[in-house]
Design a binder for this molecule. Sequence first.
Ligand code: ZN
Length: 271
Amino acid sequence: MDLNRLCVHTITTKPWPIETAIERFSAHGVVGMTVWRDALTGRDISATGQRIRDAGMAVVSLCRGGFFPAETATGRQAAIDDNRRAIDEAAALGAPLLVLVCGAAPGQPLDISRGQIQAGIEAVLPQAQAVGVKLGVEPLHPMYADSRSAINTMAQANDICARIDSPFVGVVVDVYHLWWDPYLQVEIDRCGQMGKLFAFHICDWRTPTEDLLNDRGQMGEGCIHIREIRGWVEDAGFDGYNEVEIFSNRYWALEQEQFLERIVAAYKTHA
Ligand code: ZN
């Protein structure tokens, strides 16, 4: 696998400031960068986007918006306001896509949260359209259904996108969240037919997973059939970036230059 579609998320090398990540990703032949909002704290956002492009990389997306559900109207409005800010940040950065971790409120049923997610996306959609930023619904593994996302399968993501029915709203496929789903291939195909397959995230699932959030593996060290899923995504018409997104306390503790070398090697062999 060559590197001509390799994108790396800033959170993958979280200890590095974004300026270092830009320089080192570029030096290793990475061609795309997805930027997490925390990496932009205190920066001139449009200048940072330009710096990424000047280093020869594309700005692939901004992570993340979402977290729409809340038990109070005030909470839901605060989420909508924050998503409007995130859309503006994506536009300033030059990112064509804002990734949505849709959210869930532990005190209410999941179907109520799903309705609030749809309402929240519809509330911010006019602004997204106005500035030309697409919104990507990323289904999360069901272990996060309590508080991070009430959208847990590819089918649910496709359904909400079909109901909203806008070319600006589509799906982000992340193998970590979806590899276990027996309907994954058919739903990826359905997503492609709708023209809503916006992004593809990769890493691996370690056994045993020691932390529900921050113990993702590098490609090839877990049980996810990454190449097979990538084949399904490509058969569905996707020709965008393969985005390496790894949250890992064990890898953040490494020297990040060494970690990045391992990522590139793992990508070539296993992605
Ligand atoms: Zn992801």
